[in-house]
Design a protein around this ligand. Structure first.
Ligand SMILES: [Fe+2]
Ligand SMILES: [Fe+2]
Length: 345
C-alpha cells in the first residue's frame, strides 16, 4: 500500500515538473519581419523615394517573406503610401493580404491627407483620411476607431501599435489620451514580452534630430515623456521599433529600453528586417528588398542628389556613410534582454 502511495506521489511530482517546464514561458521563439516606409505609388517617379519601383518592391518583398521559414508575423511600421492615395491604399492591402502569415499595421505621416504642409496648401489633392486607413486595416492591429492598439500574436507576446502622427506636418506628437492607453496597456501586460511600434522615433539618430535641429521632426516632440512610460515597465518592455528616418538599421539603449530604427524599403539602403525574439534576446538581420542591382544603385545616386536629406554640413561621402551606418551594409546583431517572470499560458 505504502509503495503504491509513493508511486502516486512520484508520478504527480513528475507531471507537475513536466507541466512547469512546458508552460513556464508563453512562447519560446517568435520570428517576424519589419517592412517600413514603402511609400508605394502606382504612378510613381524615381527620386530619393524610388516611386516607379515601389510597387515591385512591395510585391517582391511580400513574395520573399512568404518563403521565409518559420515566419510568425509581419509588422508594417508606417508610410505605406506615397501620400495617402486611395488607389495605393487598396493596392497595398492587396499585396499584404497575400502574405501567408498575419500582419500588423501602424500609420505613418504619409498615409493620409494632407500628408505635408505643401500639399495642404495646394488643393485639390486626392487622398484618404486617417479613419479610412484605420478602417482598411481593421483586424491587423486596429480594433475600432483608435489609431493605437494592442494585440497578442502568440501567448506571452504582446504588441503595442502607437501613432504619433500629426495632420499637416511630418513631425510627431503623442496625445495625452494615447499616453494613458500606453501606460494602461503595459500595466495590464507586465507578465508578457512587449514590443512597442511607432512610426516616429523615441530617440535622436543624429545631432540634427535633437529638438530645435534641422530634422527634429523625425522624433516625436514629447519623446522624453513617452520614454518615461516605457521605462516604468522594464523588463516587460525592452524593445521599441520605429521607421520614418530612412537610414540603415540603428540601435540605441536608453534606461533599459532598446530603440531600433528600421531601414526604409523605398529609399537607399533599400532593406527590410527579419527579427528573432526569445524571452531573453532579440536578433535582427536586414536584407535587401528583392529588386535588381541597378535599381538599388539608382536609389543610392538619387539619395546623394537629394540634398534635403543631407545631415547639416555633410559632404556626399558623409551623407552616404550616415545613411548606410557603420560596418557591413546588411546589419546583423543580437541584443540580450532581461528575462521577465512570464505568466504560464
Ligand atoms: Fe517615410
Ligand atoms: Fe514618415
Amino acid at each position: 500500500m505504502m509503495k503504491k502511495h509513493r508511486f502516486l506521489v512520484l508520478g504527480l511530482t513528475l507531471s507537475l515538473v513536466v507541466v512547469f517546464f512546458t508552460t513556464a514561458f508563453g512562447f519560446e521563439k517568435a520570428k517576424f519581419a519589419v517592412i517600413t516606409d514603402t511609400h508605394m505609388e502606382l504612378y510613381g517617379k524615381d527620386g530619393m523615394k524610388m516611386g516607379a519601383s515601389s510597387c515591385k518592391i512591395v510585391e517582391n518583398t511580400c513574395k520573399a517573406l512568404n518563403k521565409v521559414a518559420d515566419l510568425d508575423f509581419v509588422l508594417v511600421t508606417g508610410d505605406l503610401l506615397l501620400d495617402g492615395e486611395p488607389w495605393n491604399l487598396d493596392l497595398m492591402k492587396a499585396y499584404l493580404d497575400d502574405l501567408r502569415v498575419p500582419y500588423y499595421v501602424i500609420c505613418g505621416n504619409h498615409d493620409y491627407a494632407p500628408a505635408s504642409q505643401a500639399k495642404a496648401e495646394k488643393p485639390p489633392y486626392v487622398a484618404v483620411n486617417k479613419a479610412a486607413v484605420i478602417w482598411t486595416f481593421q483586424g491587423h492591429g486596429y480594433r475600432g476607431a483608435d489609431a493605437w492598439w494592442g494585440a497578442d500574436p502568440m501567448p506571452g507576446l504582446h504588441l503595442i501599435g502607437l501613432d504619433a502622427n500629426v495632420p499637416i506636418h511630418w513631425g510627431g506628437h503623442m496625445p495625452l489620451s494615447e499616453m494613458k492607453f500606453l501606460d494602461k496597456e503595459l500595466y495590464a501586460n507586465q507578465d508578457k514580452v512587449n514590443i512597442v511600434l511607432c512610426h516616429h522615433n523615441f530617440v535622436a539618430w543624429h545631432k540634427d534630430d535633437e529638438f530645435g535641429g534641422k530634422f527634429d521632426k523625425f522624433q516625436m516632440d514629447n519623446a522624453p515623456e513617452v520614454r518615461k512610460i516605457l521605462e516604468k515597465y522594464v523588463p516587460a518592455v525592452q524593445v521599441a521599433l520605429t521607421g520614418h528616418r530612412h537610414i540603415g538599421l540603428r540601435h540605441q539603449k536608453v534606461n533599459g529600453v532598446n530603440y531600433i530604427v528600421n531601414p526604409a524599403a523605398v529609399s537607399y539602403p533599400n532593406q527590410y528586417t527579419i527579427y528573432t525574439l526569445t524571452p531573453t534576446s532579440v536578433s535582427y538581420e536586414t536584407r535587401w528588398v528583392p529588386i535588381d542591382k541597378e535599381t538599388i544603385e539608382k536609389a543610392k545616386a538619387n539619395l546623394i542628389k537629394d540634398k534635403w536629406w543631407s545631415p547639416t554640413g555633410a559632404s556626399d561621402e558623409e551623407m552616404l556613410a550616415f545613411f548606410e551606418g557603420s560596418g557591413p551594409l546588411l546589419k546583423k546583431g543580437t541584443i540580450q534582454l532581461k528575462p521577465i517572470a512570464q505568466r504560464k499560458f
